[in-house]
Ligand binder design. Structure first.
Ligand code: A2P
Length: 273
């Protein structure tokens, strides 16, 4: 049985979702989404900039799983934030996805214009076309600034987190504020070496699980949402087979110790896109 988390507005979110960053548009994305939904996933995380919203929508329709059973997230891209065209961009995302609402709409990065975007997103939320709204790649200081200027708390902050860059202080801060954390690059990202770490293999052997399954389970037991990405059906299935074992405290600590302090992706305080 998959686990869920309740967001601060009462919305329930499945803890494991399929991420589709760098999943090519077309049949690759359609198949990944269809495979995930057939496996039991009920949470898909995309973004305008991933360029595959239409294929995500197609995969959902082909799966036959009712729209209402699926938690669907997309994100507002930086160019649209800077151009102050949140509502237009949101409608374009709905049209590409072929849905009349999303479960979660996120500000993708804290670029110039995000304050106005947050105001517009509150109107979208009030209209019912996004069941929850939140942010991504916001540091503590961005969150503090947002909360100082708004009565509406983001439901989530989607940030980089993996055993190599746990981001634990930010997660603790968000938890203290009642904001749920979602982890991107949860397996260390494309081209990373995390999954070949012998420590993860050793731990996996205790439970009969792979390194990826151990890492996904570690995220679940930290109480956050985890968004593993794969284009391979076998891995998509494997990454969801994580609800029948529990890592010991000692193993959780051993995984925490893989921290390097180095990000895999962009630094939210210093990026240029
Ligand atoms: P692929 O899509 O070729 O399966 P993250 O989710 O941290 O961004 O990491 C995803 C990376 O890990 C991708 O390169 C993905 O490759 C790979 N990956 C995903 N699931 C597994 C798995 N179960 N075993 C090995 N590699 C995986």
């Amino acid at each position: 049985i998959q686990s869920t988390i309740m967001l601060n507005n009462g919305t329930v979110i499945p803890q494991v979702g399929l991420g589709v960053f760098q999943t090519p548009d077309g049949e690759t994305t359609v198949n990944a989404v269809e495979t995930a939904l057939a496996t039991g996933y009920r949470h898909i995380d995309t973004a305008m900039i991933y360029g595959n919203e239409a294929s995500v929508g197609e995969g959902i329709r082909r799966s036959g799983v009712p729209r209402g059973d699926i938690f669907l997230t997309t994100k507002l891209w930086n160019d649209d934030i800077r151009a102050r065209r949140t509502k237009e961009a949101f409608q374009e995302s709905l049209d590409r996805l072929g849905v009349d609402y999303v479960d979660l709409y996120l500000i993708h990065w804290p670029v110039d214009g995000w304050h106005e975007a947050w105001d517009a997103m509150q109107e979208i939320y009030a209209s019912g076309r996004a069941k929850a709204i939140g942010v991504s790649n916001f540091q503590k200081h961005h969150i503090d600034e947002l909360l100082a200027g708004s009565d509406v708390k983001p439901a989530v902050d989607q940030i980089e987190s993996s055993p190599q860059f746990t981001n634990q202080q930010l997660i603790d801060d968000l938890t203290g504020l009642g904001i749920a954390t979602e982890a991107w690059s949860p397996l260390g990202g494309t081209g990373g070496n995390l999954l070949s770490d012998p420590e993860l293999a050793r731990i996996g052997a205790e439970y009969g699980k792979s390194a990826a399954q151990v890492v996904i389970r570690w995220h679940i037991q930290r109480g956050i949402v985890v968004l593993p990405k794969s284009t391979h059906a076998e891995r998509i299935r494997q990454n969801f087979d994580v609800f029948d074992f529990e890592l010991s405290d000692a193993d959780m600590k051993a995984i925490n110790a893989l921290e390097t302090g180095r990000r895999n992706g962009a630094d939210p305080d210093n990026f240029d896109f």
